[in-house]
Design a binder for this molecule. Structure first.
Ligand SMILES: [Cu+2]
Length: 732
């Protein structure tokens, strides 16, 4: 009964009981999220079984009592359907992402510093009072930005994590004709559809408190300072029943030092900021092509040419996102709105389709600016949401299998439409759900399948572009970039993105439907079927100059680098906790077993693997059971998949490039290889079904080897509003 729904024709009694049960469960989520009770308390009181499941108590669990007495639907029911207030699909435009302004570094006040800024300010009484630092980054040289002066930021971007408010500064950086008529600067109240209620400040917390979601544009060789301010309520109880007011921002899968990785234990408090230094460098820059002589390792110079950069051009990345990583609250915080996207431009993937320099792939984008044109390059954030009977967004952690919403959104808009021209477009599709997988297909208004070309997976351009009529299942946090050619359609036609992947709970996809079954409404999962309407509205004003080369970025050849070590990670349930650390340790049913050891719950003070800096390893990621799937994310280094279930022949064409999220599939396994280089410190590996991650399928790994402080075990930060203290890590 994670969050699957009573049918619309359920009896009044059934709906009332489900709503009462939802409210009662909501009270517990609220008490947990506000720190009034702990998960240990709930177990002690018998509200959770030791497996973390909601105990069979009437009034809490809709399986108990009469709610299921009449048999109902074949799908378990957990809550009444979200009310839509009459909103119909495809009646509102899809807002393009809101681009955060880039400023010269001198714009920031106070100026950024290599070590955390420990200027003191007064702390609100509700956070304990006294004085505390203005920056929440752990202090001192061991948490200073690595090689800050070498990669001194030339650009800054500032964002304010804030309660929901109206957007008065919307800037998609495209003309309204390319944004379904939406105009820059038009006031945008925070609502998922004009017919649905405006969200209250405590229901939704986003970057700047507004929608559409935010986009940061970056290019290689141009280090960025991202200053993230926490403007959430200081009072932890002012959260609308879910979400935690402390945050840690992970640039997924940034190749930079651990101090900028959004470590799950390096969170900061309301009233503080955290300076994230994103150097935007190619992997390998410290050891190969150090003289920056290869034109393919490059970046747009702003005037038609290239700035050459150090590193391996095969490691060029394109489509990232950044999101909260607060320990044991990631699912609630990301769901509540802490998710944005990050496009990285390069000589290869320039965001200009006209420049013909022998390096630029000329992918669909536009021609106006030297780089980063968004005209025909569209970010899409897919997420399922749920609403209470008053139309406010809500979250239910019951049970720990995962959380599913019943309202499908794109760019935080309920089933919108998007106007396109008869030409090629690039779409950067992010799965920003909590527990839901998608499987996206393309069709016309008659339900005929249409072709897409997948060009990237997890932000890495593929060795070869792959034509497809439906994408693979897309796990949480995976990014699939596709090109669609609308020139095959006529003006006035409508095409659709369709979700084929049905869930019955948060553990894994139940099944993938055929296109015709998805369109027929056979599924009781409200997120199956059409979710985005493309309206082909005109011929392009200028000819489409874009290209989709068959060959994009081959994988780095690691065959000459010896494998220093093989490690095994089993992801499963029934895990144990070995520590009693009130801050760093957590309990839950989920865990990871490393190299034949016990299945352990998360403890960010425990180092579970320590690969040697400068080496290459092989990691086996193994699903401990057949009843669930896990999209496993490894921070910091891109991996190449060597095998699925023991064989390379099981690895499809679209998984032959580099990746950072690996769907294990039920009872499946994945073998990957990675190099560890360039930066040091503590990183994470976890399931990106964020309910699994929060309950406690997460581990810390650390780079080891040699003298510098970042290549020895780092002390673990223990944040407080009055300043960060440290404790010594344990080896696990
Ligand atoms: Cu998982």
């Amino acid at each position: 009964m994670s969050r699957i729904y009573l049918p619309w024709n359920a009896s009044k009694r059934q709906l009332k009981e489900a709503e009462d049960a939802r409210k009662n469960r909501g009270e517990i989520v609220k008490a947990l999220s506000q720190g009034q009770v702990s998960r240990r308390d709930l177990m002690k009181w018998g509200l959770f079984t030791t497996a973390g499941l909601l105990a069979p108590i009437g009034g809490l669990n809709p399986f108990v009592g009469s709610a299921r007495a009449d048999g109902g639907s074949s799908i378990p029911t957990g809550a009444p359907p979200s009310p839509l207030f009459g909103a119909k699909p495809f009646t509102q435009p899809m807002g393009r992402f809101d681009v955060l302004p880039r400023h010269p570094i001198s714009y920031l006040s106070p100026a950024p510093t290599a070590q955390a800024n420990q200027t003191m300010q007064s702390v609100p009484a509700v956070l304990g009072g006294g004085m505390g630092p203005i920056e929440g980054r752990p202090p001192g040289p061991i948490w200073a930005h690595q090689r800050f002066n070498e990669y001194y930021p030339s650009v800054c971007v500032e964002a304010f994590q804030s309660p929901a408010t109206t957007n008065y500064t919307y800037n998609p950086l495209v003309a309204s004709s390319l944004n379904s008529g939406m105009v820059a600067g038009q006031a945008l109240p925070l609502q998922f559809h004009p017919s649905m209620p405006v969200q209250s400040p405590s229901s939704v917390w986003t970057f700047n408190g507004t929608i559409p979601p935010k986009l940061v544009q970056a290019r290689y060789g141009e280090p960025i300072l991202f200053r993230h301010h926490n403007r959430l309520p200081a009072d932890v109880t002012q959260n609308g029943g879910f979400g935690r007011n402390t945050i840690s921002t992970h640039e997924h899968n940034g190749h930079h030092g651990a101090e900028n990785d959004g470590f799950t234990g390096a969170y900061f408090f309301p009233g503080q900021f955290y300076d994230y230094h994103w150097p935007v460098v190619l992997a390998g820059h410290y050891s190969m092509n150090t003289g920056a002589t290869d034109r393919r390792a490059s970046s747009p110079d702003g005037s038609g040419g290239l700035n050459l950069v150090a590193g391996d051009w095969h490691e060029t990345m394109s489509t990232h996102w950044f999101h909260d990583h607060m320990f044991s609250f990631t699912s609630q915080n990301v769901y509540k709105g802490n998710a944005a996207m990050f496009n990285i431009y390069s000589g290869l993937d320039r965001g200009n389709e006209a420049i013909n320099d022998g390096v630029n792939f000329r992918l669909p984008s536009g021609t106006t600016n030297d780089w980063g044109n968004l005209d025909y390059d569209v970010n899409l954030m897919l997420a399922d949401k749920a609403f209470d009977q008053s139309g406010q967004m809500y979250f239910d952690i019951f049970n720990f299998d995962g959380f599913l919403g019943d309202v499908m959104t794109v760019n935080l808009a309920y089933k919108p439409y998007f106007e396109v021209e008869r030409r090629k477009y690039r779409f950067r599709i992010l799965n920003a759900s909590v527990s839901r997988f998608f499987k996206v297909a393309l069709c016309d208004a008659s339900g005929n399948s249409k072709q897409m070309i997948q060009i990237a997976n997890d932000g890495n351009l593929l060795p070869r572009a792959v034509p497809l009529s439906a994408l693979d299942e897309q796990g949480i946090a995976e990014r699939y970039d596709v090109v669609i050619d609308f020139s095959q359609a006529g003006v006035g036609d409508k095409w659709y993105f369709v979700n084929l992947c049905e869930h019955q709970d948060g553990k894994k996809p139940a099944k993938d439907l055929t296109l015709s079954d998805s369109l027929s409404g056979k599924s009781q999962d409200p997120c199956v079927g059409r979710f985005l309407e493309f309206r082909i509205v005109r011929n392009p004003a200028k000819p489409d100059q874009s290209q989709v080369p068959a060959t994009l970025i081959p994988n780095p050849d690691l065959s000459a680098i010896p494998v220093a070590r093989v490690r095994n990670f089993v992801f499963g349930d029934g895990a144990n906790q070995t520590a009693n650390d009130p801050i760093a340790a957590f309990i839950g049913p989920w865990g990871v077993a490393v190299d034949g050891g016990k299945m352990l719950n998360a403890d960010f003070n425990r180092i579970s693997a320590a690969p040697k800096y400068g080496t290459r390893e092989v990691w086996n990621l193994i699903n401990g059971g057949g009843g669930w799937d896990h999209p496993v994310h490894i921070h910091f280094e891109e991996g190449q998949i060597l095998a699925r279930n023991g064989s390379l022949s099981n690895v499809p064409a679209w998984e032959r490039g580099r990746k950072d999220v690996y769907r294990l599939r039920p009872s499946g396994s994945i073998t990957i290889t990675m190099q560890f280089r360039d930066w040091g410190g503590m990183f994470m590996e976890h399931c990106h079904n964020t309910v699994h991650e929060d309950n406690a399928m997460l581990l810390r790994w650390e780079l080891s080897g040699g003298g510098s402080p970042f290549l020895a075990p780092l002390p673990t930060p223990i944040p407080s509003p009055q300043g960060v203290t440290f404790e010594n890590p344990i080896q696990g």
